[in-house]
Design a protein around this ligand. Structure first.
Ligand code: ASP
Length: 353
């Protein structure tokens, strides 16, 4: 007979709405001591597994998430990697897709599930969505293949009955329980009466390669959103880009932007000063295809790198990890254009029909 000890899950609490209770008198939301989790969720005892819970050094609203938190999470997982079958991270929803994307690039050759979840209403509120999110996230992290290995071996986000690939999802709704979407990649699983797995979309387990972590990150990047009516005054001056290694252009549609001379001259001066330029679309679905319109030909001619169908979150965090590993623009460009862990479909190339 299986014992509870056969499956061990580590729950890591980083903060966010899920870990709050509503004060009975004042109604205000405040964090509860996470050691009291079982008081709020006695159901956890009924799970057929051994669950250990820990809290990161300082639980935070996820708007305060930064490199030190990501490194802390990655080091915690590294230290406990062989002791647990899977990991669940409780995290505020606001920046959950950034953390999920960052972890997907920081945890290399992952062979276990790392599932981030949270909630729109705190656990201590009667109508909370947190209980279902947490219970099912644990079940997903504990799921096994027939050979006993983890069913899911990638970083995911679970929210409101849906399991998303972490580096493909975005937070798009601050009001609804269904807070996330994955416009460019199908769901990995859906929970109803039963959990339906979309096996063909789940990453295959990493080969025999050894699990390792990347913990050197760089924020030497700048994001420039394009908008109609902009001029040179809206572009960050070259003198302010001294420590920057990559400039993300947040472009229109399939990766388009102004063709005005002032803009092309500006971009050329950025490239000439050794800064990589990356093209990420403001559209949530579809991909950057440089050369499809005349209004992206100038980018292609300048050697701007296409983010394809990557989210802005995945593009930013992937650059942070790559810039942390190397100063070599050729290597960074190659890796950025390569699908590392399911974050991009292909390198999109426009082929006229
Ligand atoms: N502001 C909160 C956070 O991201 C919202 C949430 O927890 O969902 O930490």
């Amino acid at each position: 007979m299986n014992s509870k000890e056969d499956t061990r899950i580590l729950l890591i609490y980083t903060g966010g709405t899920i870990g709050m209770v509503q004060d009975a008198q004042s109604g205000e939301l405040r964090p509860f001591a996470f050691s009291k989790l079982n008081d709020h969720m006695p159901e956890l005892h009924q799970l057929p597994l051994k669950l250990d819970a820990i809290t990161t050094q300082q639980p935070i609203d996820s708007s305060n998430m930064n490199f030190s938190h990501w490194v802390e999470l990655v080091n915690l997982i590294k230290a406990q990697y062989h002791a647990y079958n899977g990991f669940v991270i409780l995290h505020g929803s606001d920046t959950m897709s950034y953390t999920a994307s960052a972890l997907s690039f920081m945890l290399v050759n992952l062979n276990k599930a790392v599932i981030l979840t949270g909630s729109q209403l705190p656990l201590g509120v009667v109508r909370t969505d947190g209980k279902e999110n947490l219970l099912t996230a644990i079940e997903l992290a504990a799921a096994k293949r027939p050979d006993g290995s983890a069913k899911i071996s990638e970083v995911c986000v679970y929210f409101e009955y849906k399991l998303y690939r972490g580096n493909r999802c975005i937070k798009y709704n601050a009001e609804h329980f269904e807070a996330f979407k994955s416009p460019n990649y199908p769901l990995l699983a859906e929970a109803g009466v039963h959990i339906t797995y979309n096996d063909q979309y789940i990453l295959a387990p990493a080969s025999d390669a050894v699990f390792k972590v990347n913990t050197t990150l760089s924020n030497a990047l700048y994001v420039l959103p394009l908008f109609p009516g902009m001029n040179l005054n809206n572009c960050v001056p070259l003198s302010a880009l001294k420590s920057v290694k990559a400039l993300i252009l947040h472009t229109f549609g399939a990766g388009n932007g102004p063709t005005s001379d002032w803009f092309t001259t500006y971009l050329k001066s950025v490239i000439d000063s050794g800064i990589l330029i990356v093209n990420v679309s403001q559209c949530k679905a579809g991909a950057v295809i440089q050369g499809m319109y005349q209004t992206s030909m100038q980018f292609k001619a300048l050697g701007v790198i296409s983010a394809g169908d990557m989210t802005l979150e995945a593009s930013i965090t992937k650059l942070m990890v790559l810039l942390g590993q190397s100063q070599d623009p050729k290597w960074i460009t190659h890796c950025f254009e390569t699908n590392i862990c399911g974050e991009r479909t292909t390198t999109y190339e426009y082929k006229p029909v």
